[in-house]
Design a protein around this ligand. Structure first.
Ligand code: NAP
Length: 302
């Protein structure tokens, strides 16, 4: 039977650490604050916002909401982003995307200060991951994968790692983060040949294709660790979500596997609440004379 790589346990541990870090900042007169910019009233954005707000409240951080109507102009959005960038009391900014079609996504991303970009959407954040410069943040989902591996002491160093998917949000950044942890990373995509063979040869498989229950027992062998990033509607009109991996087939074979739901998704939400981390990275310390060192961030960045 495989070890269950529960995201809930990781999120809980992270939350406890964040409570301590936030309390330390508050003692120095800083209330870490996450700015949330939402355009329109889309259901998934609102539920994401609720989750992030709840988590912020739980750790003692604050939220500043910027809500624009669905028909807001690009100029209005850029002005709001500039306002959040300039607000010294806002330490991280979450901008919900996709944006309405009449707004240029690249212009919006470019307007956000990478130092406040908590979900790694700016080119500055992406460059930071590529160059190890420490600029910006990795996307929360990619970071969540690393946090799960760290929590369960699964060290990619020297291991063969297969990443299934090469999107900017997950596949590419997680591959670079795993490379940084000295994994030998193979990035797979829809044109990859012999996918099963590549995944089976890997010690760690990170599956992020967005193809419901498409990866079955033929991909796996004993001793592997599997992180299922997929969040898909269940096939056949069933209620709820499922991963990319056929959990029931993989679980009896592999050494460890993250479930869906209750895996990566559970950690993503906790990773969003990172404005307090800016204290170490500079934005809080630029705003106020405060500097703290945070173990979680160090683990990820060094
Ligand atoms: P995406 O942009 O659609 O990218 C999917 C990737 O998978 C692409 O690189 C694609 O290859 C590759 N792919 C698709 N079919 C394949 C196949 N048959 N064989 C090999 N590779 C294949 O999706 P995404 O945004 O990265 O999201 C991936 C999954 O993660 C989705 O289920 C999404 O809902 C989930 N997700 C989870 C969280 C979370 O918090 N847990 C957050 C965000 C997203 P090509 O590049 O060649 O097309």
């Amino acid at each position: 039977m495989a070890e269950l790589l529960s995201g809930k346990a990781v999120a809980e541990a992270l939350t406890e650490r964040m409570k301590t870090d936030v309390a330390a900042l508050k003692a120095k007169g800083v209330t870490p604050t996450l700015g949330i910019i939402r355009v329109g009233e889309k259901g998934p954005d609102i539920s994401y916002e609720k989750g992030a707000t709840k988590r912020c409240e739980e750790v003692g951080a604050a939220v500043k909401n910027y809500v624009l109507p669905e028909d807001a102009t690009q100029e209005a959005l850029l002005k709001t982003i500039a306002e959040a960038n300039a607000d010294r009391k806002v330490h991280g900014v979450l901008l919900f995307r996709p944006l309405p079609k009449h707004i240029d996504d690249n212009a919006a991303r470019a307007a956000l200060n990478p130092a406040k970009d908590v979900d790694g959407i700016t080119d500055g954040s992406m460059a930071g991951i590529y160059s190890d410069s420490g600029a910006g943040y990795p996307p929360c989902t990619a970071e969540s994968v690393i946090r799960i591996l760290d929590h369960y002491k699964i060290d990619p160093a020297g291991k063969r790692v297969a990443v299934l998917g090469r999107s900017t949000v997950i596949g590419k950044p997680v591959s670079l983060l795993l490379l940084k942890k000295n994994g030998t990373v193979t990035i797979c995509h829809s044109k990859t040949q012999n996918l099963e063979e590549t995944v089976k040869a890997a010690d760690i498989a990170v599956v992020a294709m967005g193809r419901a229950l498409s990866v079955g027992k033929e991909y796996f062998r004993a001793g592997q660790y599997v992180i299922d990033v997929g969040v898909n509607p269940k096939p056949n009109g069933e209620k709820g979500t499922c991963g990319d991996v056929k959990f029931d087939e993989a679980e009896p074979v592999v050494a460890g596997i993250s479930p869906v739901p209750g895996g990566v998704g559970a950690v993503t939400n906790a990773c969003l609440v990172r404005p307090y981390l800016s204290a170490k990275r500079g934005s809080v310390s630029r705003a106020l004379p405060v500097r703290v060192t945070l173990g979680t961030e160090t683990a990820l960045r060094t």
